[in-house]
Design a protein around this ligand. Structure first.
Ligand code: HEC
Ligand code: HEC
Ligand code: HEC
Length: 423
């Protein structure tokens, strides 16, 4: 019978195995543990000797052995899968997320990973592991896994973590773009990431030595325009704030806060930190000189929401310690501290997101930002929406300039640290 012969065979083969095991253990599991510990110590010492003698292959030129490469990727896939469990995926179909994600992809990912119509740089292809050309890789990952990778980066691979760990909202914008990338045409990519421009100077790693010397801001401004538009009006959708119409002091303060890492944004921090102080000053001056533009194409919100926004902005909520906003942000005439941004005519989604960040303690900003932390602290989501809709519905206007005579009324950070009197 085949079954019995198989059984005999097992018995025959297992006999030597059993006698070897009983020799090893001598009937005691303690000896097994001791033997395993000895082997591990020998292997550890051997590995340390190899490392000390400098014999471990660390050259990127030789790549990984197939087995090492497989093991590392397996470890990464398992770690990402396990550690991204429980991450809730927010709705990702907002066109503003796509724009913001594409804009940042061009700054921070393209050189390593390539993109629609864009090859990876030849230099990064010499890395081990090589950053993959990303479009065909996206389908292998669930959205929460992409989020995890982009937020945390991957150790030992040069895949960087998100520069502003507090800004999950920005990481989701990148995920929204990544998911739209497979099958995207090069034209669509240019439209999203470059605002339709095909200016060669916008390529992130192109040296700009061919630019005329008398226009040193040229290539820098071309990059800002990808997102904030040439007229400083943003690109619609509310992905990028309007800059035109802000005071020079506020713009410079914001840029310096990003550069110092005191205002948190994985999109703006790397850009501002990469520019010299004099360039930041010139940029602030440039945008402050542009006439204010409103490009808020969103449908007009319901009249009762606007009315609620108006009441909140003018009166605040005395019972909950929410100050009136108009005192510092207008639209009332009269000089204001130039460090108080003009929010009239700003995009509603941008205003709402900044209020949410203030409430969550994730906004940062200049030395005046603490004023807003207390001002926004107790706003409900509905109140934030009403305030954002109300201010977005106003025409954009620059605040009246502060003159010698009025400058004593506009205050210093210390003077303004408590919210103004409520009415
Ligand atoms: C300095 C180069 C570099 C930059 C910049 C970079 N990455 Fe990576 N990325 C890597 C490397 C290296 C890997 C790991 C490749 C591997 O494990 O084989 C990786 C892996 C990934 C993966 C997983 C790919 C896969 O299927 O294994 C994703 C997704 C990813 N990166 C997205 C991004 C995004 C989005 C950005 C921009 C925010 C970015 N990366 C910026 C180098 C980079
Ligand atoms: C990839 C798109 C992108 C590029 C390029 C870019 N920005 Fe921004 N910018 C943003 C986003 C997104 C924000 C909002 C960030 C936040 O949530 O704090 C922002 C915010 C700002 C703010 C703060 C505005 C406010 O109302 O507080 C200033 C000032 C600014 N950017 C200036 C610039 C300048 C100058 C350049 C060029 C050197 C530039 N940006 C390039 C996307 C971009
Ligand atoms: C005492 C003055 C003051 C009051 C009152 C005040 N704010 Fe502010 N607000 C500021 C300052 C200062 C900043 C800029 C902080 C920074 O970036 O350093 C700011 C920033 C903001 C921003 C972000 C703008 C941008 O471009 O990023 C929004 C939105 C905002 N305030 C809305 C409000 C609302 C709504 C209220 C009323 C509930 C209010 N503020 C009350 C002083 C004030």
């Amino acid at each position: 019978m085949p079954f019995q012969s198989a059984k005999r065979m097992v018995q025959r083969c297992s006999a030597p195995l059993r006698s070897w095991l009983s020799w090893l253990t001598g009937g005691s599991w303690k000896r097994v543990v001791a033997a395993v510990a000895l082997l591990a110590a020998l292997a550890g010492t051997g590995a340390f000797v190899l490392v000390s003698l400098g014999l471990v292959s660390i050259g990127a030129s030789s790549g990984h052995w197939k087995a090492t490469g497989w093991m590392l990727h397996y470890a990464m896939r398992r770690a990402v899968s396990t550690q991204s469990m429980g991450i809730e995926v927010p709705p990702l179909d907002d066109p503003a997320l796509l724009l913001k994600g594409a804009g940042h992809y061009h700054t921070g990912c393209l050189a390593c990973h390539g993109g629609p119509g864009e090859k990876r740089s030849l230099i990064v292809q010499q890395m081990t592991p090589e950053p993959p050309y990303l479009p065909p890789r996206i389908e292998h990952w669930a959205p929460q896994e992409l989020f995890w990778i982009v937020k945390n980066g991957v150790k030992f691979t040069a895949m960087p973590a998100w520069p502003a760990q507090k800004r999950d909202d920005e990481v989701w914008a990148v995920v929204a773009f990544l998911q739209a990338m497979p099958g995207m045409s090069p034209e669509r990519y240019k439209e999203l990431a470059l605002g339709g421009r095909s200016d060669e100077t916008i390529k992130p790693i192109t040296p700009d030595h061919l630019r005329p010397l008398q226009d040193p801001l040229g290539p820098v401004l071309a990059n800002c325009s990808r997102c904030h538009a040439e007229d400083g009006g943003g690109r619609g959708e509310g992905a990028f704030p309007r800059l035109a119409g802000q005071s020079e002091a506020y713009l410079l303060g914001a840029l310096q806060a990003y550069a110092r890492g005191e205002r948190y944004s994985g999109v703006m921090q790397p850009i501002a930190a990469g520019l010299k102080p004099a360039v930041l000053e010139a940029l602030a001056q440039h945008y402050a000189e542009l006439p204010p533009v409103s490009r808020t194409e969103a449908p007009e919100p319901a009249p009762d929401i606007l009315a609620e926004g108006l009441t909140l902005a003018e009166r605040g909520v005395r019972a909950r310690g929410i100050p009136s906003c108009v005192h510092c942000h207008g639209p009332k005439g009269g000089p204001r501290n130039p460090m108080y941004p003009n929010i009239a005519g700003q995009y509603a989604p941008y205003l709402k997101s900044q209020l949410e960040l203030f409430t969550a303690g994730k906004r940062g900003g200049t030395e005046y930002a603490h004023i807003m932390h207390s001002a926004a602290q107790r706003l409900t989501p509905e109140q934030m929406q009403a305030l954002a809709d109300y201010y977005a519905s106003l025409p954009a206007a620059a605040a009246p300039p502060v003159t010698e005579a009025t400058s004593t009324h506009v205050g210093t950070p210390a003077q303004n640290s408590s919210p103004p009197q409520q009415r």
